[in-house]
Every structure is written in C-alpha cells, then in structure tokens.
Unconditional design. Structure first.
Length: 184
C-alpha cells in the first residue's frame, strides 16, 4: 500500500529531469539582432524602422519653443492644462487639485518662489519626464502642447501677482461686480 506514496515523488523527479538538457528555453534556436537571416529579403534579422518613426529618446523630438506667444497659443495651453494638469495642480495653479482632496500630497503652487524662478525649459522637461512626485506626461501631452501649457503656466504666474490697480478699468469693474455677487 505504500508504493503510491513513493512512486509520486519519484515520478515528479523523473519528469523534472526529463525537462532539463539541451532543449531548454535558454538554448532554443533564435535570431539575434545582428545575425544573418535568410527569412527576410535584406538577409538580416534587424529590421529597418518604419518610415517617419522617431525613437523616444531622440533629442530631435523636442519641439522648439514657439517664437510668439499669442492668444491662440494661450487658449490651447489653457485647454490642455485643464485636461492634463488641473487634477493635481488646480485650476489656478495653487497645487490644490481634486486629487489633494482625495489624500494625495499637494503640488507646489506655480506662483511660489521656486516655480516662478524655474526656466521654461525646466517646466517643459518636468511635463515631459516628470519631477519629484509628478509622473511623466510626455506620452499623454504632445510636444507642441507642452509649450502651450508652459505659456499658460507663465500667464497663471503673472495673474497671481497682478495688482488690481494695474488692470484695465473695465476688468476692475468686472472684478468688483463678481466680488459683489459672491458676497450675496
């Protein structure tokens, strides 16, 4: 009656040993990058990239900053900022987006000393590659849109420190009217 108990481990060991040898996964036939290969027309394993593709790490992929910041660029930046940045940074750039209300740490405010002193290239790189707790957004935000977001962040920074007296009279009136409505 004891034979089935001994036979089980012996059978398992025999199966395991049968799997070892020259035909294992490490030594299987495969083509390496620089190997000659008759299967492909060029006779080599490595394939040429599809026309127009650019490697992710290619510095030529960086779109140069726009020469002129106009209303259209700021509008595009505002739209893209609202989609990609507002959840963490908040609509006004104060670092109090909706994720902070859900327990995540607050992002630093754009009007703060450190980010106000950051270069536009640094802001662009932070959007692309991430920085600190910020995840990289390069795959989600197109390069030209990153520059539009940087321009909009600069506009947010200017708006945070603007004195009411420096605004045109019509904007001062609108601001007073909105303050009155909010007080009711």
């Amino acid at each position: 009656m004891r034979r089935p108990l001994i036979l089980g481990p012996v059978l398992a060991l025999a199966c395991a040993l049968a799997g070892c040898g020259e035909a294992n996964m490490r030594d299987q036939p495969k083509a390496k990058t620089w190997d000659a290969n008759r299967f492909f027309p060029q006779g080599m394993t490595m394939r040429a990239p599809v026309a127009g593709t650019v490697p992710r790490a290619d510095p030529a992929r960086v779109v140069p900053r726009p020469a002129i910041i106009d209303a259209a660029l700021l509008a595009r930046g505002r739209e893209r900022y609202g989609i990609a940045c507002t959840p963490c940074h908040g609509a006004s750039g104060d670092g109090r987006g909706m994720i902070v209300a859900r327990g995540f740490p607050a992002a630093p405010p754009f009007a703060g000393e450190r980010l106000a002193a950051a270069t536009s290239d640094r802001l662009y790189a932070a959007i692309t590659q991430g920085h600190g707790a910020m995840l990289p957004m390069g795959a989600q935000v197109a390069p030209a849109d990153r520059w539009a977001i940087v321009a909009y962040i600069r506009a947010l920074q200017l708006s945070q420190g603007a004195a009411v007296a420096s605004l045109p009279a019509e904007d001062q009136d609108r601001l007073r009217d909105s303050a009155r409505r909010a007080a009711r």
